[in-house]
Design a protein around this ligand. Structure first.
Ligand code: ADP
Ligand code: MG
Length: 237
């Protein structure tokens, strides 16, 4: 009975994906990166997120870029502006795999300079296996878990944007109260899919948009004096 349930459960998960992705999931399972998919966390525009358990009972996050139903043209438009991927050809799978690999590189580089982000356990084609941020319950998005000390939390976000720009030479590009987790009153940046080199044509524009998103959010939750110009100066100083 239990075995049957497990088999059916896999079928449910499996049906979400194409054969290529399923084969890769089996490969990662075989390599011990996870044992069982646990529950779906989110279905985004391009990717599905699951939690999974390893054999020793630890949790990991699996982010899967859908090969069939992602907005591949948008991905291509974004990634070709990143000098690290200049000359990228308009080939569906190649673009999606590079998109996934770029997120891994962005996460690693940001982590190296001191930004708190999920550790990357591994990356295979369109799949990322990431550190699970949370304890018994998964860490909540900032939008659903306001910080106790708002000024301190905002200052940490600004510091992270600053070291990303100055040391990692990256701009997050999709920073918002959705892509920052509040984990034990500390920000954790996630979702580095739009993160790009500061030499990209649109880097400054993305930075200004990130700052605007964050400022609007913190003004809404009570920090009336948040000033976008001042934050921009701090990030670029
Ligand atoms: N490493 C992680 N630990 C905990 N929760 C995560 C992690 N990565 C993603 N999530 C959850 O899944 C949601 C979607 O992930 P995200 O990387 O932002 O994908 P999308 O590109 O679809 O927005 C996040 O907003 C967050 O709630
Ligand atoms: Mg997101």
């Amino acid at each position: 009975m239990a075995r049957k349930a497990r088999k059916e459960e896999w079928k449910v998960w499996g049906n979400v994906f194409d054969n290529y992705t399923n084969r890769n999931l089996f490969k990662l399972k075989g390599q011990g990166y996870f044992d069982e998919l646990e529950s779906p966390i989110s279905v985004g525009k391009e990717a599905n997120i699951f939690s999974a358990k390893t054999k020793d009972g630890k949790r990991v996050i699996i982010k899967i870029y859908r090969l069939e139903t992602c907005n591949f043209n948008k991905m291509f438009d974004y990634i070709r502006q990143d000098p690290r991927y200049a000359g990228m050809k308009n080939q569906r799978r190649k673009v999606i795999f590079s998109w996934t690999q770029r997120e891994q590189r962005n996460l690693l580089k940001s982590r190296q300079v001191g930004v708190r982000v999920p550790l990357v356990h591994t990356c295979l084609d369109n799949i990322l296996v990431l550190e699970y941020i949370g304890d018994d319950i998964i860490a909540l998005q900032l939008k659903n878990h306001f910080p106790k000390n708002k000024t301190k939390f905002l200052n940490k976000i600004i510091e992270y944007m600053h070291i990303m720009w100055k040391k990692a030479r990256l701009v997050h590009g999709d920073l918002s109260c959705f892509n920052i987790l509040n984990y034990n009153e500390n920000p954790v940046f996630i979702d580095f899919s739009q993160t790009t080199d500061i030499k990209s044509q649109n880097a400054k524009e993305l930075l200004i948009r990130d700052i605007k998103n964050i400022s609007v959010f913190f003004r809404k939750i009570g920090l009336k004096n948040v000033n976008e110009e001042k934050i921009l100066k701090k990030v670029l100083k």
